[in-house]
Design a protein around this ligand. Structure first.
Ligand code: XMP
Length: 316
């Protein structure tokens, strides 16, 4: 009889057989798939797994910290944490075109990962959180975008590894069940989708530290209040955006000229079309109030009511 406990036991056995006493390298973004595959590989081969977490400086508040705390501190995984914030922000300085930003983030990600891979001795395998929809839907936009960022197939010729992909038969809900079976926290297993380029495509136009900080702080408030309102398990994706224009406002009886924060909350099945979540006014007002009080350089909050189409889910 097939159940998640047996699946985990079987995969642990298969991974051990495939890998033997060799080492496996894994890019651990902190997303559901990479986290679950990390937990499974850790159970199978322990310290023969080397996880690399690249913080591109475009993660949400507390996200990289939670990857380190769960995998290194709680699960004792062999985890290399790379803070590449300065590198990424340097490359992105002055770049306003969304696709150009994506390209820079994607290729820089591969470069940083490759450098870390070269520092490791005797790696023969590359772990990947490939799941069944990645294989069957590899032609669709979402899957391709996810791949263009996370797939380390961009590594140079002399760095060809054999792949270890123990989740490749699972659908998303089964991946989550597998994560729970392996003891990962709910916050990781039920994490909402987050694009590879991260806050980089939510800090519109040429990224500045000021606006990046504003979008990160506003997003943290939004997530906290969605959790308080029980919306975090109901809404598919919810986040904030900070555009690259200012508007006039008034603070402490003086004119100010600052950025708006835009709130977006959407529901979808496959990300190809989406409808907005009709968030209750009191929740929206509370979020607005907190953002205006707590986030620097912001004087206005807007709520995006646009479905996809005509809008896309992200603003870039
Ligand atoms: P759009 O904005 O195209 O987004 O309606 C659909 C879904 O894809 C996510 N998305 C991305 N994911 N790299 C990713 O890994 C990207 O460059 C990217 N762009 C959009 C978006 O968050 C939404 O879930």
């Amino acid at each position: 009889n097939w159940n998640m406990k047996n699946f985990v036991e079987d995969q642990v056995e298969l991974v051990r057989r495939q890998v033997g006493d060799k080492k496996v390298l894994l890019a651990l973004s902190g997303g559901v798939d990479s986290s679950v595959v990390a937990a499974l590989l850790l159970k199978a081969i322990g310290q023969q797994l080397v996880c690399v977490h690249v913080n591109h400086g475009l993660m949400r508040k507390g996200e990289s910290e939670s990857v380190v705390s769960v995998f290194r501190d709680q699960l004792s995984a062999n985890l290399v944490y790379v803070d590449a914030t300065e590198r990424f922000l340097g490359k992105l300085a002055g770049v306003a075109d969304p696709e150009e930003k994506r390209k820079i983030i994607g290729s820089e990600f591969i470069r940083v990962f490759e450098e870390e891979a070269r520092k490791q001795e005797g790696i023969d395998f590359l772990g990947q959180g490939t799941i069944y929809p990645d294989i069957i839907e590899s032609g669709t936009k979402t899957a391709k975008m996810v791949k263009s960022h996370h797939n380390v197939g961009g590594l140079p010729e002399d760095m060809k590894f054999e792949l270890v992909e123990p989740l490749k038969q699972l659908f998303k809900d089964e991946v989550r069940a597998c994560g729970l079976e392996l003891g990962l926290p709910d916050s990781m297993v039920f994490r909402q989708p987050f694009p590879g380029p991260g806050l980089g495509v939510r800090c519109l136009g040429a990224i500045t530290r000021e606006r990046l900080e504003a979008v990160r702080e506003a997003d943290a408030i939004l997530r906290e209040e969605f959790e308080n309102a029980g919306l975090n398990k109901k809404v598919w994706q919810y986040f904030t955006i900070v555009p690259d224009f200012k508007s006039v406002g008034v603070k402490d009886n003086a004119r100010c000229f600052e950025y708006p924060v835009i709130i977006r909350a959407v529901n979808t099945v496959d990300a190809m079309t989406a409808t907005i979540e009709q968030v209750e006014w009191p929740v929206l007002l509370r979020i607005t109030d907190r953002i205006l009080k707590e986030v620097e350089n912001v004087n206005r909050v807007c709520y995006d009511l646009s479905p996809k189409p005509t809008a896309t889910i992200e603003w870039e």
